[in-house]
Every structure is written in C-alpha cells, then in structure tokens.
Design a protein around this ligand. Sequence first.
Ligand code: SAM
Length: 339
Amino acid sequence: MSTTGGPAVTPERIMEIVWGYAPPLILAAAVSTRVFDVLDAGPKTLEQLAAVSGNSVRGLRPILNALAGFGFLTKDPEGRFALSPDSAAFLVRNKPGYLGGFVEFSAWNLMPRWQQLREMVRTGKPGAAVNQQETGEEFFQQLVEPIFNMSYPATQALANALGLESADGPVRVLDIGAGSGVWGIGLAQRSKQVSVTAVDFPGVLDVTRKMAERFGMADRFSYLPGDFHDVDFGTGHTVITIGQILHGEGEQKSRVLLKKAFAALESGGTIAIGEILVNQDRLGPPMGLIFAVNMMANTDAGDTFSFEEISDWLKDTGFVNFRKIDPGGPAAVVVADKP
Ligand SMILES: C[S@@+](CC[C@H](N)C(=O)[O-])C[C@H]1O[C@@H](n2cnc3c(N)ncnc32)[C@H](O)[C@@H]1O
C-alpha cells in the first residue's frame, strides 16, 4: 500500500531481473546433458531419466521440476516427465528446427563474455572484437552452424519475395559473411537457376562447404575466402545477401560495405539484409535492445539499427524501393533494388 495514494512501488521487477540468468542456464544444462534427446523416446520418471542420460538424481531433480514449471516439460501425476511441443520441435538434436546448439553457445560462450560488462561500460571497449579474423574466425566457426535455423525461415520468405520459383534465367547470389551458408542454401533449394558465391574467413568457409554438402548443394556453391572489406566481389550479381553482418560492423563500415555491394550488383539486382532490428525510438523490441549490448560487448563499433536507418544508408548508396520482410521471430530482412 502506498502512503502517498499513488500505485505501490515494489521490488518485484528488480528481483525477477536479478534471477534472470537462471532460466537460460537451466535450459542449456538440460540440452547439454541430453535431457530433451532422451525424453524424445518417451516419458520418463526422474530416476529413469537419470539412469538413461547418465546424470545424477540430485542434479536432475530441481532442473526437471523447473523445466516443467516453465512449461518446457510436462509432469504427470505418476511423476513422469515428457516434452512440451516447443521442446520437441526445437530442443531435440537432429530435429530439422533444432536450436539447442544456440542455447548452448549462448550460455557457455556468450554469457562469460557478458561477465566483463561492468568494465566494458566504463571503457566502451569490448572484451574481444569478433568481427576481425584474428579474434573472430574461431568464434564464428563455432557460432554459425547453431544459428542456421534462426535465419532459415527468413531465407524462405526472401525466396518468396524474389519469386525465385518462377526464375527463368540464372540467379547469381553473392552471400557476404556466409557463415553456415544458410542464405545461399535456402535460396538455392527454391530454384535450380540459383548459384551461390560465398564470402567469409577461410576457416568459416570450411563450415559453409560442409553445410552446402549436407544439403546437397555443393555443386551450386563457389567460394571467395578473406575479409569481406578486402575481397574482390566481382560484378554482375543478381542478388546480394548480407545476413546478420551490419550489426557487427557499425554504421561507418556498413556504409562502406553497402557501397561495395552496390558496385557488385547488376542493374535491377536486389540486396537483402538480414538483421535484428530495433525500433526508430530505440525503446524496443527487447531483442533489439539486448542485442545492442551484445554488440557493445563483442565488437568495436557494432549496434542494432532500425529499418529507417538502414534504408537511409541504402538510399545514400543509390538503392531504391526499400521494403521489410518480417518472417516472424527476432530477425527481419531489409530489401532494396539497384536501379
Ligand atoms: C553472425 S554470422 C552470420 C552468418 C550468416 N550470414 C547467417 O545469417 O547466419 C557473421 C558472419 O560474418 C563473417 N564475418 C564477420 N566479419 C567478417 C569479415 N571482416 N570478413 C569476412 N567475413 C566476416 C563471420 O565469419 C560470420 O560467418
């Protein structure tokens, strides 16, 4: 009860945030100890699950109860745990939409970097800038495969917007910062006319190659190894994809990269920029705000940007016809054409 007659002030939101680190770590621990994989074969009690997964009863008990309480598992009156529909779809290894790799990467690789946040706020400097070959190649070799499924729906939405299925001539795709190759693979699946040139650090292109082979697309891919600021992109590309790159580069380097992309596109060609966007007023959505801090912590100039900001850069570069494809989820695609 407030003594001033206004709404009561409580510490509830603060206390919830203080413990906010716990749910992602609980989820990641369950992924890493194969809880979801084992439950995919059918419901199990705590003791059965401990025996099959090789974990301790004492360790699993509070984890399973918390997961059931948060809705990632169900628990029946006999104490048997089972998968919820979203856990079954996204947290079981080898399911097509698997996101457990990113749950693990975030908890075990990203979270430790955030531990230096206090110092980073003071200095404005990241622990290590990952958008450079020396510091970033190994980081991205590990990251890109786990995030494949985060961008895949956006690639399909882009393929629809480009009308790829009715393409009657060659579609030359240049994929800048290709990573897992998700953009090229997603587009190539939709039309035999698509060929892909993937640009990335040499060590990351090993992952791109592996993924292109896994999806049966090896013969559609060629590779340009090196720093995308230095590599010669050539000319005459029909589509250029830049997936989850600009937030790592910051405004100045992004503008330079967009100019280079513009020169490499054929007239009438299309640029497609996958990004985690923030609203123009920078008050939301939460993912855009959190990701801006992630970029401060991991890059020297990275940030999140709004559709309007990126459109302005594209306009200054000479692009026209700006639109946003929103496939749902945290990432959108900003699309524009070269006149
Ligand atoms: C966040 S990942 C995105 C991968 C992929 N485009 C996607 O949407 O999933 C960023 C990619 O850009 C690559 N990259 C970052 N800076 C680069 C640079 N200067 N030159 C070449 N590749 C770079 C990284 O190696 C990584 O594969």
